[in-house]
Design a protein around this ligand. Structure first.
Ligand code: HEC
Length: 173
């Protein structure tokens, strides 16, 4: 029941956004398309800075968790199995959400995010892309089940974590 209500509200919001987009562009066809779609603005506007921090911190911890599980196989502390491939896929999927996590500029008290993320968004986006690309190789390595191949792929991913943390993450408080 509650699910249906939420679904209904979501439909209304999307519907309202579509009407807004239509009337907006019909009234001013010469205007350039806005950078952020109306529906996206509504979705992110409801997230407070603290919630935003919690979401990105949880995602980063999940990324680190996948790395740890894969690292155990690379080091021979665990045997490769179907779960190894799932961790690799999870890592790759989450890697692609990193720019979304920092969509809204928010640096609440606990956050280690640096203002440079938003002042150099292209650089941040590039660091995210490098990370996502490196995680792609991990999937093939996990499928091979070869610890050495997995270790090499994880080493490349590790460099891209540092490639973003160094310029964009502040020291631990
Ligand atoms: C494109 C940038 C980027 C990439 C790539 C990235 N991170 Fe992060 N990470 C950040 C930022 C920025 C923060 C701080 C977020 C905050 O506190 O608001 C962070 C926070 C974290 C945290 C939370 C702990 C803390 O307080 O800092 C962990 C754990 C973490 N990252 C692990 C990783 C690992 C492991 C990788 C690679 C497998 C990785 N990250 C890749 C940008 C990145």
């Amino acid at each position: 029941m509650a699910g249906n209500v939420v679904f209904g509200v979501g439909g209304l919001i999307i519907g309202a956004a579509a009407v807004f987009a239509y009337t907006h562009f019909a009234a001013a066809p010469e205007m350039a398309a806005p950078e952020v779609a109306p529906a996206e603005t509504m979705a992110t506007a409801a997230v407070t800075p603290d919630q935003n921090y919690m979401l990105r911190n949880s995602a980063m911890k999940a990324i680190a968790g996948h790395m740890k599980a894969l690292g155990a196989v690379a080091k021979g502390e665990a045997t490769a199995d179907a779960g190894t491939v799932v961790h690799a896929q999870g890592l790759n999927s989450l890697a692609q959400t990193v720019p979304l996590l920092f969509d809204v500029e928010a640096i609440p008290e606990k956050s280690r995010a640096k203002a440079e993320i938003w002042s150099d968004w292209a650089g941040f986006q590039k660091a995210s892309d490098d990370f996502a690309a490196a995680t792609q190789t991990v999937i093939a390595a996990a499928e091979s089940g070869d610890p050495a191949q997995l270790g090499a792929a994880l080493g490349e991913v590790g460099k891209t974590c540092g490639g973003c943390h160094k310029p964009f993450r502040a020291p631990e408080q």
